[in-house]
Structures are given as structure tokens and as C-alpha cells.
Design a protein around this ligand. Structure first.
Ligand code: 8YV
Length: 324
């Protein structure tokens, strides 16, 4: 049987390369910079399978790809896929849930601690030579242990955060989700509540919901107004789930205490974005899953999804909205 042609739009580890080469005729994009749009269009026009990571897969791109049967993204989020266009053309879409949960949850905990104990601000303070005898009280932060944590979006990553918070930091867990989850209620003594209740009662708020039309700007001025003045707000989902102007205002007017952000409405973030000059805001370049081990696992899973689908099997991680 002839091997299918595939295009891999992102550098991948050698074991994943070898795996793909066993099953397909591969064209690899070797550069770290994203494939320019026109080149991507030319490549997808030739292939049955595409392995990607974040560039938009639009209906216009699918139109340029008459042979394309499968698009596999090396990410859990798939908001860069035009799902109705996939459905209309019968193109299979897959993603990589699960393998990144612990790595992203670790980063969420790091952001909570960094924001609460002002770690990046005070690291700068020492390095810039401002530390003086007797200035200790002005350096106080907030505890995170024993606090109330509100998790918005209780999927795999939300659960990994709840586990750390409950068993590592003895926090009480509130959560808000599309569906109630009796398992997490039992495992982490988590309480399900409305979004408003969660915002009002939580000391730490972690936004982990996928980006959809329903969750775009889920957190805006009204929601920040409900939070405690001592609240720490963490976003490790997608920048567009938050109205960034409202977040900036909430921080400028001290409506909330601090924020930890791994994602922004525009990425890379504009250099004049006011968030970058706020000492109580942690700004990270979308590195939730960015460890070598986890990215390797994501690449392998994306490759396995792609090959399974091309072989006519049900891929392990079909995008939920594309399941028949
Ligand atoms: C990265 C992510 O954007 O998995 C996701 O949805 O946001 C991140 O892990 C992505 O995997 C980059 O390759």
C-alpha cells in the first residue's frame, strides 16, 4: 500500500520523525519560525495529513487542500481550527489532551506562589540593589496555603491543579464547569458553584476553560468587580477568554491584588501593553506545556493521532465536536 503524504509544520523530536517516516511520506518544516501562510497553503495542497501546533486552520486553507483528510494539532486547545469547516469537508481533527496536564498545573501553582509572595517583583528588587536593612514589612505578600481556590473549567488540567492545591497547600476548592463532576467533588472535596459565587468567594481564581464562542471574554469588568480586593487571578487557558482592557483596569484600580498570565489577547504581547509594567502581574510567553518531556509526548501523541486517522482507525484523541 502506498504511504500517505503528510506535512509536519513544526520541528519535532527525532523519535517522532522516525515514527512518522515509517508510516508516511513526510515533508518536514525545519525552522522554529512558523510556516508562512502561502507556503503552508502550497504544502497542504499536496498532502493527506497535516501535523500542526497553532496556526489557524481556516475554511480557506481547507479549500486549498483537496486531498487533506486529517489535521492533527500538537496542543490540547483547538480554537485555531474552524470546526464547522472541518465538519463540512469531512476533515478529521485531533488534539493532545492529558499528557500536558501536570506540566501546565505546575506552572499554574508557580504563578500563584509568584504572585502571592511577589517573587518576580522582589527578585528584581534585590538584583536592582534596593534591598535595605529594615524594609521587611513593605515586602509582605499573601499566603496561598489554606486559601479558597476557584477553578473555572474543571478538565484534566483543572483537576491536576485541584490535586496540588488540595493535597499540597490544603486549599478549599470551588469549581465552575459546563457539567458537574461528582468524581472531583469526592476526590478533592471540591464544591460546585455558579460563576458569580466562585468569583465572590475565591482568594485565588484559575481560569482553565477552553476558548469557544461561549467563553470569549467570559471574564470582564463585571466579573472583576465581583472578586475580592485580595484576589489573585491566573489565566493559563487562552488570552481571549478575558477582556484584557477590563483586567488592566481592575489591576490599575486595585480591584484585585495580582494576576498571573501565561496567555494574552494578542501574542506575542505588544511591548506597550500596560500589563508589562505592573509589578504585581506575572507575564509569561505561553509556556504552559513547555518542558522538553511534555512537548516530546505531545509531539508523539499528535503523530499517533495523525497516523491512526490516516489508516482509517479511530484516532485516540479525536476532537470532541468532530465525533460522529
Ligand atoms: C501550546 C497550549 O500552545 O496545548 C495547548 O493548547 O496552549 C500549549 O501547549 C502548544 O502546544 C504549542 O505547541
Amino acid at each position: 500500500m502506498q504511504k500517505p503524504q503528510i506535512f509536519i509544520a513544526k520541528p519535532i523530536p527525532s523519535e517522532v520523525r522516525e515514527y512518522l517516516e515509517q508510516h508516511a511520506t513526510c515533508t518536514f518544516w525545519e525552522k522554529e519560525t512558523p510556516v508562512p501562510r502561502q507556503e503552508l497553503r502550497e504544502h497542504v495542497a499536496q498532502v493527506e495529513g497535516l501535523l500542526t501546533a497553532g496556526g489557524k486552520i481556516t475554511s480557506e486553507l481547507l479549500d486549498a487542500a483537496p486531498k487533506l483528510r486529517v489535521v492533527s494539532t500538537m496542543s490540547v486547545g483547538y480554537n485555531h481550527f474552524d470546526i464547522p469547516a472541518f465538519r463540512k469537508r469531512g476533515v478529521i481533527g485531533t488534539h493532545t489532551p492529558g499528557v500536558l496536564n501536570d506540566t501546565v498545573a505546575d506552572l499554574v501553582m508557580a504563578m500563584m506562589l509568584t504572585a502571592g509572595r511577589r517573587i518576580s517583583e522582589l527578585d528584581r528588587y534585590v538584583k536592582d540593589g534596593h534591598w535595605q536593612r529594615g524594609d521587611n514589612e513593605s515586602l509582605f505578600g499573601l499566603d496561598i496555603h489554606h486559601k479558597i481556590l476557584g477553578i473555572i473549567g474543571m478538565g484534566g488540567i483543572g483537576k491536576a491543579v485541584a490535586k496540588r492545591a488540595k493535597f499540597g497547600f490544603d486549599m478549599s476548592i470551588l469549581y465552575h464547569n459546563r457539567h458537574r463532576n461528582p468524581e472531583v467533588e469526592q476526590e478533592f472535596c471540591a464544591s460546585y458553584c455558579s460563576l458569580d459565587e466562585l468569583l465572590q468567594q475565591s482568594d485565588l481564581i484559575v481560569l482553565m476553560t477552553p476558548l469557544t464562542e461561549e467563553t470569549r471574554h467570559l471574564i470582564g469588568a463585571q466579573q472583576f468587580a465581583k472578586m475580592k480586593k485580595t484576589a489573585i487571578f491566573i489565566n493559563a487557558s487562552r488570552g481571549q477568554t478575558v477582556d484584557e482592557q477590563a483586567l488592566i483596569q481592575a489591576l490599575q484600580t486595585k480591584q484585585i491584588y495580582a494576576a498571573g498570565l501565561d496567555v494574552f489577547e494578542q501574542e506575542p504581547v505588544d511591548r506597550d501593553n500596560p500589563l508589562l509594567s505592573m509589578p504585581n502581574v506575572i507575564t509569561l510567553p505561553h509556556i504552559g506545556s513547555a518542558t522538553e518531556t511534555t512537548r516530546d509526548q505531545m509531539a508523539m501523541l499528535a503523530a499517533q493521532n495523525l497516523i491512526a486517522a490516516l489508516q482509517g482507525l479511530t484516532p485516540p484523541n479525536l476532537i470532541p465536536e468532530l465525533r460522529s
